[in-house]
Design a protein around this ligand. Structure first.
Ligand code: ZN
Length: 155
């Protein structure tokens, strides 16, 4: 009986490890993780309309060329490719990462490295030149959970 209780407690602890997690500063120049609101290309909130589809992430304001930081202690799980469209090649990269029980994709970041660990607040890479692809947009890092759930509660 005690073993079952201990096991249950351990499972609950594992299940809840991501509760209460808050992203630290993601982008240089945006210490409060201010979100993209609305611009001529759309809105930055989770579930916003995208040409009949639904926006699967949350957009955090980040000027082109800004340094992007690890939002918590992370393990890097490789580069990701955002688009297949060659006209968007300038902003085609991102990084897969995990930490604090979360699995996260960051779009439009040119990563310094694609494996290993990075501590909270240390440099992950650089915001790609979004204005060159979407002139006038609010440049941003797109934060998407690997399971496509809503990341807003972590901000
Ligand atoms: Zn987005």
């Amino acid at each position: 009986m005690m073993k079952k209780v201990a096991l249950l407690a351990a499972l609950l602890a594992l299940a809840c490890v991501c509760e209460g997690v808050t992203f630290g500063q993601l982008c240089e120049g945006n210490p409060n993780n201010n979100r993209r609101t609305s611009d001529s290309f759309g809105s930055g909130h989770f579930g916003a309309s995208r040409n009949g589809r639904s926006h699967q992430g949350l957009d955090i304001i980040c000027d082109d060329g800004s340094v992007v930081y690890a939002p918590f202690d992370v393990t890097l799980n490789g580069r990701l490719t955002v688009y297949t469209d060659p006209t968007k090649a300038a902003i085609n990269s991102g990084i897969n990462l995990e930490g604090e029980g979360l699995c996260v994709k960051l779009f439009y970041v040119n990563p310094d490295q694609t494996s290993g660990r990075v501590s909270k607040g240390q440099r992950l890479g650089v915001m790609m030149p979004m204005q060159s692809v979407y002139p006038g947009i609010t440049s941003h890092v797109h934060v998407q959970m690997c399971d496509r759930s809503d990341p807003t509660k972590y901000f």
